[in-house]
Ligand binder design. Structure first.
Ligand SMILES: Cc1ncc(COP(=O)(O)O)c(C=O)c1O
Length: 387
């Protein structure tokens, strides 16, 4: 029998999912491993979806999405992001996961290299492999507050480098790239004739600093911005995102998306129109809740003298557990088995975050307090106590 794809078999499984599966087997576990907002989708968005179903919006849509939604997206991009685009530059995707995978495949030929942050969301590695592109990790060091170092990036460029992927606000670090850093990355990509893919799904969850979209810093047609409804409107299960790119890139995305997913859900697209055009106070309410949780978690960790990075955006918090163990997965498994608290191991995000764990703040204040206390107690226990 011929072997099925070895590339795909070689993709490491996600440590986040591994912890989630273990935790789901424990009915009273506290889930701080997954980045899924614990808020319900706002009522007016749900109402628009049920109206859409009744009104017959239950069929395939254009591959790149309803024109009415793409127009609403262009209005949002102009008013809230400062990005000028027409609907022909928009691709509505089945979550930004699909949008990112589609655009990587639309840009890359086999063997092209993509600069991918380390640490970062593990799915980028899977997407590159799926496109037969080669991910090349560029470090975001804790000592630099996880801000990018362009000199390091320069040293990684080869004739095969095709694209630079960035994510700010960042999963897992919570770092928000400064305007200068973002400009430096845009200039770097321009200098080396690279496509720049900005993953901006946490654009609305920024506590300090500002979210600067790379698309606002240049008119370079090689810059692509990817957004999502998932985190902004607590709509992870609706599977809806979008990207803005040049019409040439969109034409290629159109072909990839047609082959892989045909189109995003029509019902979700109608709900998304309501999300963009309806009241926005739900976005601020959720952001304020994440900020409050961040403050609670940071104060507790400070009291315990733990080493951690106070996130400026997104809803994750990284804690250094390397004083306890160099095996962050073993730390997470032990914490789950002994204390019933599930975290994500840092090594699943890259090498730089080895020895760290990620706490998701998409959970109740009570669970965050309990979880953080358990981590801090473990760190305060004598070395070797990790079982
Ligand atoms: C950095 C980042 N990008 C993209 C996504 C995908 O989000 P969705 O496909 O729900 O839009 C996630 C989800 O956790 C993420 O953390």
């Amino acid at each position: 029998m011929k072997a099925i794809s070895q590339d795909i078999r070689a993709i490491p499984s996600s440590g986040i999912r591994e912890m989630q599966v273990l935790a789901l087997g424990m009915p009273d576990a506290i889930h701080l491993e997954i980045g899924d907002p614990d808020f319900p989708t706002p009522e007016h968005i749900c109402e628009a979806a049920s109206r859409a179903m009744r009104d017959g919006w239950t069929r395939y849509t254009a591959t790149t999405g309803f024109l009415s939604l793409r127009e609403a997206i262009c209005q949002k991009l102009a008013e809230r992001n400062g990005i000028r685009a027409n609907p022909n530059r928009i691709v509505v995707s089945a979550g930004s996961t699909s949008g990112l995978a589609v655009v990587i495949r639309a840009i890359c030929d086999p063997g092209d290299e993509v600069l991918v942050p380390d640490p970062s969301w593990p799915n980028y590695m899977m997407m590159c492999t799926g496109a037969r592109a080669i991910p090349v990790r560029y470090p975001l060091e804790p000592a630099a507050g996880f801000q990018p170092d362009v000199a390091r990036l320069e040293s990684l460029v080869t004739p095969r480098t095709k694209a630079l992927l960035l994510n700010s606000p960042s999963n897992p670090t919570g770092c928000v790239f400064t305007r200068q850093a973002m400009q430096a990355l845009v200039d770097f990509a321009h200098r080396h004739d690279l496509y720049l893919i900005g993953d901006e799904v946490y654009e609305e969850i920024t506590f300090e600093g500002e979210h600067v979209s790379p698309s606002t810093l240049t008119d370079d047609p090689r810059v692509i911005s990817v957004f999502s409804f998932s985190k902004t409107y607590a709509m992870t299960g609706w599977r809806l995102g979008y990207l803005v790119a040049s019409e040439e890139i969109v034409a290629n995305c159109n072909k990839v998306q047609e082959g892989y997913v045909a189109c995003a859900s029509a019902i979700s697209q109608k709900a998304a129109e309501a999300a963009l055009q309806g009241p926005q106070d739900c976005v601020a309410t959720m952001r304020d809740a994440y900020r409050r949780r961040r403050d609670i978690a940071c104060a507790l960790l400070e009291d315990h003298g733990a080493t951690f990075y106070p996130p400026r955006g997104a809803f994750y918090l990284m804690i250094d557990v390397s004083a306890d163990t160099d095996d962050d997965m073993a730390f997470c498994k032990s914490l789950l088995l002994r204390e019933k608290v599930a975290l994500a191991p840092g090594s699943t995000f890259g090498n730089v975050s080895r020895g760290w764990v990620r706490v998701s703040l998409a959970a109740s204040e009570a669970n965050i307090r309990t979880g953080i206390r358990k981590v801090a107690d473990r760190l305060a226990a004598p070395v070797g106590a990790t079982g």
